[in-house]
Design a binder for this molecule. Structure first.
Ligand code: GDP
Ligand code: GDP
Length: 437
């Protein structure tokens, strides 16, 4: 269920972002690419040979000071070692093996994480001898690729997929709601965890013996069982790079993968930042239920319009997630805290809701009657039948004469009609068109 994370690591200018863009751009089926999802992507979700995974370009971490390149490369490597399941270590055939490469190799080697060495800028396939010196890094066969020409990328993905671990499903029961709290540093994640737990009996505080470094916290409220995901990660502190965006986004990705419901914390005092969008976009693409939690509401100067304005602001920034409810609260004063868990229960229920086929077909038939699919070059989409094939998130297959004729705007129209009938509050709904005449 949870997708493994692949991280690309390497010195500046070896071609990490070029390869990242090629991989998410044309080599992989991007799960969902709706307008409104942030453009400056830190991650991509994809599939290769039937294996789904996320991929992150760890490049671009900027820090000041002397020896900054080495420092930033070291940080990327640490980040990848902590959070990734497979590491693509990228080096540059034109520059050859450098001291920095050796140092990174050393760090990666100690971590024992699976590593694939990608030798970029092998622009001339005839010059494949350029890769030989990189055998000395000690990670097996280096793969020659060219970001410029797009060659070798299939081989690289083959090697990556071969090393992807199978991530075991959590040992929690079906009726336990797994909740992840995510948001930028200092938004109030640990405070909110403490506020929630302060009122509840904590069943156990550690899940011992698991291979993951995360520690989850189970608790019960009004007869409903919950697990707060990766509460240990929230407590881990003190490292300089913790505040860098890529670090927290990657950590958040891992937590989101393991959650049913994602609480996206926003700082009520400071408003929405780009990082909030990256995290929300990831939760959406991962198919998780989401709730926006505007924290620090106690310090916001309010009049009777403040909440409404903040709500509109959220809707404007997260166009792709109008389904997610918004809760305003204060983890510090516990003001409005009692509103949170009922909303979590509600979206969790909607996330696993199953709609009977005949009801779904009635709604879609009505939608088509009101607004038939437009024609495209003289051909018209004919929808024969719809059925829900999965939950978490609800996934609906539309059988039609020709999936190519399903346009984004018409699909959005159908989704709106389906939501108008069945709501699906807090959850993405996936519509997939398949051929069947
Ligand atoms: P990053 O800093 O590691 O993310 O590197 P970039 O992706 O920004 O690439 C750095 C430079 O190398 C850019 O000028 C790219 O156009 C160039 N580059 C990337 N891939 C290749 C390649 O396969 N061959 C050559 N010759 N240049 C490349
Ligand atoms: P985290 O980094 O997201 O886990 O954030 P923390 O829970 O450590 O909170 C960061 C700071 O914000 C701390 O000083 C908290 O006391 C403060 N804080 C957290 N929640 C609230 C809140 O609802 N209101 C106010 N005024 N301060 C808060």
């Amino acid at each position: 269920m949870a997708r493994p994370v692949v991280a690309i690591v390497g010195r500046p200018n070896v071609g990490k972002s070029t390869i990242f863009n090629r991989i998410i751009g044309d080599r992989l089926a991007i799960v969902e690419d709706k307008p409104g999802v942030t453009r400056d992507r830190l991650y991509g979700s994809g599939e290769w040979n039937g294996r789904a995974f996320s991929i992150v370009d760890t490049g671009g971490i900027e820090i000041d000071g002397e020896d900054e390149i080495m420092k930033s490369v070291r940080m990327q490597a640490e980040l990848a070692v902590e959070e990734a399941d497979v590491i693509v270590f990228m080096v540059d055939a034109k520059a050859g093996l450098t001291h920095a490469d050796d140092e990174v190799a050393h760090m990666l080697f100690r971590s024992r994480k699976p590593v694939v060495v990608a030798v970029n800028k092998v622009d001339n396939q005839g010059r494949s001898d350029e890769i030989y010196e990189f055998y000395s890094l000690g990670f097996g066969d280096p793969i020659g690729i060219s970001g410029a020409h797009g060659t070798g990328i299939g081989d690289l993905l083959d090697a990556v997929v071969e090393k992807l671990p199978v991530i075991e499903d959590d040992e929690y029961d079906e009726d336990v709601i797994r909740v992840a709290l995510i948001g930028r540093p200092n938004v109030g994640k640990s405070s909110l965890v403490n506020a929630i737990l302060g009122e509840e009996r904590v069943i156990v505080s550690d899940v011992a013996g698991t291979t993951r470094d995360a520690i989850d916290t189970p608790f019960e409220h009004d007869g409903q069982k919950y697990v707060l995901i990766d509460t240990a990660g929230m407590r881990k502190r003190g490292k300089v790079y913790e505040t860098t965006e890529k670090y927290s986004v990657m950590r958040a990705m891992k937590a989101i993968e393991r959650a049913d419901v994602v609480l996206i914390l926003i700082n009520g005092e400071e408003g929405i930042i780009e990082q909030d969008k990256h995290i929300a976009g990831y939760a959406h693409e991962a198919g998780r239920a989401s709730v926006f939690v505007v924290n620090k509401w106690d310090v916001v100067e309010k009049d009777d319009k403040t909440m409404q304005h903040f709500e509109q602001n959220i809707r404007d920034h997260f166009l792709f997630m109008t389904y997610a409810p918004i809760v305003f609260l204060s983890a510090k004063t516990k003001q409005r805290l009692h509103k949170l868990l009922p909303v979590v229960n509600r979206v969790s229920e909607q996330h696993s809701m199953r709609i009977q086929t005949h009801l779904l077909n009635d709604v879609v038939a009505d939608a088509i009657a009101i607004n038939p699919p437009p024609t495209d070059k003289g051909k018209r989409l004919r929808i024969n039948y719809v059925t829900q094939v999965a939950v978490k998130p609800p996934t609906i297959v539309i059988f039609a004469n020709d999936p190519e004729l399903m346009h984004f705007s018409y699909q959005r129209y159908l989704e709106n009609k389906i939501r108008a009938a069945f709501e699906f509050e807090g959850t993405p709904v996936r519509l997939v068109t398949r051929r069947k005449s």
